[in-house]
Design a protein around this ligand. Structure first.
Ligand SMILES: Nc1ncnc2c1ncn2[C@@H]1O[C@H](COP(=O)(O)OP(=O)(O)OP(=O)(O)O)[C@@H](O)[C@H]1O
Length: 235
């Protein structure tokens, strides 16, 4: 069992309680999320599924402490994030959450290895960070391209660099937005298997996707269907 799982087994990696998000779209106030509640324990791989525009990205941004809800509570690894100021929220985000964005947000001019190390830069990159980065690069089959610029990597390699970067700070919660959108079947299946392994390490993994190759993959613990701003009760 990993140290994460052993640390505090009773604390949920993620707890979302009655989250509401209203947005002014330039014409009117719209309710994007209308009372979303769910929990994630360490070891779980959970999918958020819903049609385009159903609020998946908005929910992920709130869960990942990048956006505040209009009302409701979010706890990450026992810490309440919803009412914090951005500075404190950013600190929790950095310590507790790994995020893989839909467009990955790699820095093309940096090497794969330096992209993985980016989250360590604010505290200063230490030897232990480099050791962890090299272990992650190896785990995801990236050792041979570690010193190549991100711009020269293949789509699958870029995806795995983004995943390694999201794990560098040993987060309790990993959040991914459409991680397989542009990948062929073999690479999509590989990513799904890697996410399952990451969950088994003792993290909670939350993935927004419509991709059946991920949703139907072994290791998925639950599928949350988002519709009308709510999570539909599971049948
Ligand atoms: N900052 C914003 N200002 C105005 N409207 C917004 C804003 N953010 C999101 N929306 C709207 O909220 C709705 C939900 O958006 P969101 O991106 O969360 O959906 P999604 O389920 O992730 O969609 P997709 O699958 O297409 O990525 C959309 O109608 C979007 O246009």
């Amino acid at each position: 069992m990993s140290s994460l799982a052993a640390a505090a087994p009773s604390v949920k990696a993620l707890s979302v309680t009655d989250v509401v998000k209203r947005i002014w779209d330039g014409h009117e106030k719209r309710t994007i999320l209308d009372g979303v509640s769910f929990d994630l324990a360490r070891g779980e791989l959970v999918i958020v599924r819903g049609p385009s525009g159903s609020g998946k990205t908005t929910l992920l941004a709130i869960v990942g402490a990048m956006l505040s809800p209009t009302s409701g509570e979010v706890h990450i690894d026992g810490e309440a994030t919803s009412r914090l100021r951005e500075g404190h929220r950013a600190e929790i985000r950095r310590r507790k959450v790994g995020f893989v964005f839909q467009d990955l947000q790699l820095v093309d001019g940096l090497t794969a290895r330096d992209n993985v190390l980016l989250p360590c830069v604010p505290d200063g990159v230490r030897k232990a960070d480099e050791v962890r980065a090299d272990a992650l690069l190896e785990r995801f089959g990236l050792t041979s391209v570690a010193h190549g610029r991100a711009r020269s990597l293949s789509g699958g390699e870029r995806q795995r660099v983004a995943l390694a970067r999201a794990l560098i700070n040993d987060p309790a919660l990993l959040v991914l937005d459409e991680p397989t959108a542009h990948l062929d079947d073999e690479r999509a299946t590989t990513i799904a298997a890697e996410l399952s392994a990451v969950a088994r390490d003792g993290r909670a993994v939350l993935v927004a996707t419509h991709d059946a190759r991920v949703t139907n993959s072994k290791g998925v613990t639950r599928v949350l269907d988002l519709a009308g701003g709510r999570v539909k009760p599971q049948s």
